[in-house]
Design a binder for this molecule. Sequence first.
Ligand SMILES: Cc1cc2nc3c(=O)[nH]c(=O)nc-3n(C[C@H](O)[C@H](O)[C@H](O)COP(=O)(O)OP(=O)(O)OC[C@H]3O[C@@H](n4cnc5c(N)ncnc54)[C@H](O)[C@@H]3O)c2cc1C
Ligand code: FES
Ligand code: FES
Length: 1212
Amino acid sequence: MCREGGCGVCIVHAAVPTGNGKFQERSINSCLCPILSCDGWEITTVEGLGDQKNPHPIQKQLTEHSGSQCGYCTPGMVMTMYSTIRKEGKSLTATQAESALDGNICRCTGYRPILDAFKEFTNESASPACDIEDVSKRICSKTGKQCNGVCDDNGSNYFRPLVEVARAAARPWYRPTSLADLYKLLESSTLKNPYYVCGHTGIGVYDDGPYDGFISLRGIREMFVTDKKDGVITIGSGVSLTDMIDFFKSEAQTDPGFAHLEHFARLISKTAHPAVRNAGSWGGNLAMRNRHKEFPSDTFIALVMCDASVFVGPDEKSYTPEEFVNLDLKNKIVTKLTLKQFDKSHVFRTFKIMPRSANSHAYVNAGFRAKLLNEGNQLVIVDRPVLAYGNIAEEFIRASNTEEFLIGKNLADNDTFQRALTTLAQEIQPAEDKSEASPAYKRALAVNLFYKFGLQALDLHSLVDLKYKSAITSFDEERPVSKGTQSYPTVEKNWPVTKPIPKLESVVQCTGEARYISDIEQEGLLHAAFALCLHGPGKIVSIDTSRAMAVPGVVRVLTAKDIPGVNSFSGCLPSEKDEELLASDECLYFEQPVAVIVAVSKTIAEEAAKLVKVECKDVRPAVVSCKEAVVREAFYESPEDLVVGDVDKAFQKAKNKVMGEFEIGTQAHFHMETQVCVVIPTEDGLNAEAGTQWIDHTQDCMAKVTGLNKNAINVSVKRNGGGFGAKITRNNIISAACALAAYVTRRPVKMHTSLWDNMKVIGKRLANYVKYEVGFDENGKLEGIKINFYANNGIAANDSPFGEIKKWIDSGYKCPSWKLSMKCCKTNIPANTWCRAPGSTEAIYTIEHIMEHVAHYLQKPPIEVKQLNYYNDGDKVLDGSKLHKPTLKEITKQLLDSSEYDKRVQAAREFNTTNRWKKRGLTIVPMRYGVAWNGFNYSCLIAIFRNGGYVAVVHGGIEIGQGVNTKVAQCVAAELGIDMKYIMIQSTQAIITANNMTTGGSVTSELACMAAIQCAKKLMEVINPIKKKQQDGAEWGAIVEACYDAGVDLTARYWHVPASPDTIQYSTYGATVTEVEIDVLTGEHQINRVDVLYDCGESLSPIIDIGQVEGAIIMGLGYYTSEEVIYDEGTGQNLTPSTWKYKPPLARDIPLEWNVKLLHDAPNPLGVLRSKVSAEPPLDMSCSVVFAIRDAISASHAEWATRRLGLIWFVQ
Ligand SMILES: Cc1cc2nc3c(=O)[nH]c(=O)nc-3n(C[C@H](O)[C@H](O)[C@H](O)COP(=O)(O)OP(=O)(O)OC[C@H]3O[C@@H](n4cnc5c(N)ncnc54)[C@H](O)[C@@H]3O)c2cc1C
Ligand code: FES
Ligand code: FES
């Protein structure tokens, strides 16, 4: 999906010949691997392991553990597991299994079920899933048995020679087999910018192309040597990072002179992730550092630390790493490095601090070395130490002044140590990079890392007080294996409803047979890509498409002038304003689409798109933040203020008042299948498969842009590879462009946006700027709340959650008077849109922030203040709806008990008093979430077929991973009184589910079920009279046959229009306790434990709902901790549009202990079959991580800062 090695969906297993008929087997990212470098390799993909009839044990385990939701990441997960198990065999530990997934992002599941499945194959599994030997074998699709390695069929998937056409299409590709050969080639070659291909993973970080040729280094044996002679280690430059780590670990254990290589290996183990390390070489990494001075290479830092010598051919001169980076590498090749021994008086340590657990470049990386002499209580630094840093500034490598200062100094002397830190703080001057962490943070980090190193050195000589030892350990090196529990109610008499079953599609998702729109290929298919305007907001003077049009393979270049209908991708809602599909007169944001390139391949379309030149005038600085929009009073039409009670009077009366303000940021949806659509022209219109969550809206926009009538356009959707709200209205940008291209060219067209364009063009979660005031009594009882919300809408305000915010802003808290003002801010970024739990995320964060502030002011435990204000049964909530049997009090009580909250608060306090540099914090966030469903109308069609009684269902919900198909199938089976095996859910189609509402707002699954239940009831009304005439126990097939014979129509359709008397149909509730531990010196955190209790009523499908809760919580944790979208304040450019910059959580970011429970015995009389919704509300509770981190920070402040700074409240 990302095509830069950053997401893992493309991972395959490769067996690479190493000579002597042997193979080295590894997982690799296929997106980074040029096809020509695979010559002679054996590649296994997910389809090669097993199929739905005979799934491989890994596929089976993942299915049984419900490890897939949208399923887009699943093939990559399966193949990573497969490769890891083949490599480690029976000795695979759970720790290894967890870190093996460092390069695989799953946006849906929260990772827990995936890890559980994987752990079944480790040596720690209580009941191993099967013999590990069996796991490492493939299942033959022909025999259904294990593959014996030889296939007598010439059509085998394996050992197929590379197709000649691939060779013909490629630019020159050379494969020298020795260094001598290579140098000869370089002498005679006219290549100006060749790519020396080793692992070819560097392309995932920098594209320095266009390359006029490729020289593969993989056949040069000298480059793959690992050797030790006379106390010197030599490693060829082609040796992969994985092999280097393995070699160093083994040397560190067996040769005391190389014990320090353990620290080298530790740092490189944090480079990228296993699949990149398997393919990528240290030589390639170092060459990248040479070409890009800002590249925070881990290898480079480790080499500096170890005083390595780097050898460069053809003349085989050796260089220090520092000399090497300034070398002109043109026509030069890194050939090897050598490492020397160090005696045990040397202390080493490496660090890498990053925004998430893995697969991230460093905020700052560092390598330290010092030779120390212990004389009594003195620890003297002899010789010049090494303090090497990465990612500070391009030319900054070593802290030379501090190194100089430290020579001969006693590290055990506090004054000296402090002076060293001051010197360091002076010489570390990080360069400003708007897309990176702030210089202030980097500088503090650099200093603190050295402090940690110093303490570690002192500790080796027992010179560190117990309390300070917490500086030495680091989370990543000590992280235990995660664990958790899941608990849910099920009502057996209602099965299959409430029965815990995996998703219907999970097998095909795990075997790779699930088909996504992005998979569609067909004869004559054209591909479309957007050309973007590379200016900030301004007037468009000209759009020059001639260079793009001249590219061979480009069929059309379409601009606004070519649109036969309306230049808009908006639908036809009365409240909706048109948003231009292609900017015509005015460019409103940096990288707004101005043209659609239609070409014979995706690559040609994307390359040609870069050649479109747009000239603009009157370009003005972009407004990117709410605060700036407020200053400029740049607002869209905004909702009326909501006023309840007499808020001014309440404030006059209130004994206590606090006020504050904060900003909360945006979030990219990061759905794994980027926006996609395929449109096929028909004789009378268009047939589309669109990656949309809202077929009706997409159909509208396609009709609008082409000028066709709506009935000439059919849109269907089998599944989306994740959506999270981004595909409610924003898929229209792609679908409208694709429809336009197909309509104009009369050819089938696919548009599957690159991740980069997806990040640049598609709006995101609305960021908010919030100001608040709250009045309360001496106990914290709320009296009045005033809130000013400013939301960053971007260039249009069509998708604004403000209309809904009153359903959530009060959460579970009663306050007699309110004033809520909302302003939609006009800014120059793409129009922001719905993103999982839109509006409620910001609303519930806001009220929790306020409640925590009140508690902080009164110096009371926050939960005490929160509970004091809980709503009671029958109360009217802020939006005027009446509460029916709220479960929040019960939930809070149960969760405080089951999470042992009080005991753990006490334990955290004790931990904090004994640990100076690590602090723990705990919090509980309770939540009420108002569920509104009026207007969410869905239809359902059920067809029962004679000859077996099999049932096909088409419903109006879109399967985006949330399990709507499974829930519908369960309900239909229950209503028809038949086994689930009879039911199949077919694609949603505009013609069958005309005029349906979007999938969103968490209510779709339940309401699609309601439509299906009513539809099934209709059928049973006509079936039952015939059924009664059959013998008792008659088979379903026979009953259906009898109905057919009796002329009964065995199809039915139902249109469900929910109608709540109040805006809120019911409320759902939950609470989450989060415990974190922070490293005060680095700002890192680890989530020690999360306990969630969520009221899902009588969950229709509890495993699916547990999955929804877990997935939502992790998406929220990402939002609050590691994910950051940054827009340039001058141009408005998105500076973080790649996986290199944008960091959703990974498997090792989840809580160490994670207990998720659905409230038992809580049927909801106001819900569908007594259930409650699950998809979005749990995300709102993930803000608990923020308050837990603050609690931990407060513990640190309490220890030192309060003495100087007074009692601190948080402004962000
Ligand atoms: C998703 C991802 C995450 C990453 N994260 C990190 C990270 O956290 N820290 C980090 O340090 N690195 C990181 N990297 C970079 C990674 O370590 C390098 O891509 C890898 O080591 C390069 O090795 P390669 O063999 O694939 O090089 P290639 O891609 O084959 O080559 C890279 C460049 O070096 C040149 N080159 C290759 N070999 C030689 C040679 N022997 N002599 C001269 N020039 C040569 C090539 O012409 C090309 O310009 C990441 C990469 C990816 C894709
Ligand atoms: S890692 Fe290959 S597509 Fe993302
Ligand atoms: S199931 Fe993993 S991304 Fe959707």
